[in-house]
Design a protein around this ligand. Sequence first.
Ligand SMILES: [Zn+2]
Length: 706
Amino acid sequence: MLRRTFLQSATAAAMMSGVNFGGMAFAADAAEDALLAPWTGPFGGTPPFDKVTTPALKPALLKAMDLLRGEIGAVVAVGDPPTFENTILAMEKTGGALDRVQTLFGVFAGTMSDDAMKALETEMAPIGSAFQDEIVQNEALFARIKAVYDGMATAGLTVEQQQVVDSYYKRFTRRGALLGATEKVRLKDLNQQLAALYTKFGQNTLADEENLELVLTDADLDGLPENIKAAAAAGADAKGQKGQYIFGNTRSAMEAVMTYSTRRDLREKAWRLFTNRGDNPGANDNKPVIVEILKLRQERAALLGFASHAHWAVDNNMAKTPDTAMALMMKVWPAARARAVEEVKDMQAAADAAGDKITIEPWDYRYYAEKVRKAKYDVDENEVKPYLQLVKIREGMFWAVKTLYGTEFKEISGPAVYMPDVTVWEVTRDGKRVGLWYFDPYARKGKRSGAWMNSYRDQARIDGETTPVVSNNQNAVPAAPGAPVLLSWDDAVTMFHEFGHGMHGLLSNVTYPTVSGTSVKRDFVEFPSQIHERWLSTPEVISVFALHVETGAAMPTALFDKIKAARNFNEGFSTVEYLSAALYDMKIHLAAANGEMDPAAFEKSCMEELGMPKEIVMRHRPTQFGHIFGGDGYSAGYYVYLWADTLSADVWEVFAEKGPYDPATAKLFHDTIMSVGSSVPADEAFRNFRGRDVDTDALMRARGFA
Ligand SMILES: [Zn+2]
């Protein structure tokens, strides 16, 4: 999950998610008021996407901040001694208007961006950051929160209430609430500068993704699958370049060229375009941006009393220290690297056998991997794709969660959408509304790459029942008009992954918004999504929903068996690709404490030290590593996917033993993990399911590294 609006980058997301607006009246005459107002209509109200205009967003955001200032003023003005009710619960009820307009802003910035929207993001980033600091540095407010926190042991609070108090306290102290006045001013300044740099970083990457396309002609297409060609032709058509083929500089398009093109020069061209995003000379070069970010983060960490940004970032996670996270990564690295070296040998043998007379370079890897995959496992992506219709895979997801959790999905047409191909679904259980699910599956200009879940409204129960509204977003290549959309196996896995985040939001069953749904520790948040990936590969889903696009026949057992047999194929490559990036992330944030901040030089020395195979490159090179330089969210935290996968692998062993849809296991998983958000400490929630702490060997077994 990536939740990224201008205020949600670090700590304010949960705090801002108030749920009611206490009868505040809104004038109907200003366009911005429609963006602030409580959501109306059925389903507990839905986001007014049809009312959003870029010019209205700025005044709406500013007005919502003012409203929140007033609400916080009222909390602080209470004369009585601070209690959970008059301080923490009161804070939980603030910020509804800002939460609503932020949701709209986030959706438009992430999926409907244009020049005006980008300019607004740039303008609002430092304002949002300053506002966040203003709240955290509100001494009267913090004094009340601290008083509740200090008295927590004897106040008779429930575990959930203690989790909420702890969350508020950490949110404030991690942003400097305990600092003196001069330090606070400096901290505010650092956060504002960082917010502006994060925006710049993202925009530089996006510019290289949108401007540096690969334009091909008929003569260049050898090896490329029909659907990829058709999409590229449509892309050229849309730009008035009929007869040509335009491949955007995105992962799905460029990896398709690298996997299938028989032309080595084109594979190299695609690889260079893609891996050099943000690393090209000129206005969009992210290297100087990274140096600035590292410098400011180090200063901020020192100010807050941490040895490095990495120490600050991991302190609030399940891992607690960079050492613990590094230990897990380095436990996996040697086995992954050794496997990757073997895999490169297989690729070289394939190239030799074909008489290609080349030495494998990074741009050859995927092409020969596809050949080796075919030779060793006979799984041809083009044989698999016709069985993976987006619509059917979506039905398969619905079936899986219905069987596990009893939830049903029904498409509805009432709520406003921001693009006609976004669909909206009502989710019910036993006839009762659980929430709403929005699905935005296709790539388009102005939508950022990758896949993510977004919570439009968090589940809570502090003012009646507030049902959650979530969305899943992907970048599937749209089909030619009228043709069904086909997915790669990876895309189908991603759909189940994001749906796991979606269900984590939808199944939330807590009282306070701060601990709702996906508000869990960063190294826990990918656990529900990663484990949901595994339900795609169950025979129950494959035999019923992986249907051939033309014949309607189910995927043959032999083909599915091949996919399963191939599951650990290339596991060395993908683990090394990911883990090298995760190690770089942690190491450069540790090294910055010693003044090492040159992203390129450090990339080189870090990869040498790790013994990185030269045929593989980090999954995200530093200049395009939005997870860690596009915001604080995943910085010194890219390891969290591996950490979370140790949890998923260990839990999946129970499902594997009892059956993937075993009702008792599913119920226990729902009750201990999927529905509790962060109302229970992460390690305790895990123990409630597993009966013990996590066993990291399960991950080694799952990846075939045992
Ligand atoms: Zn995820």
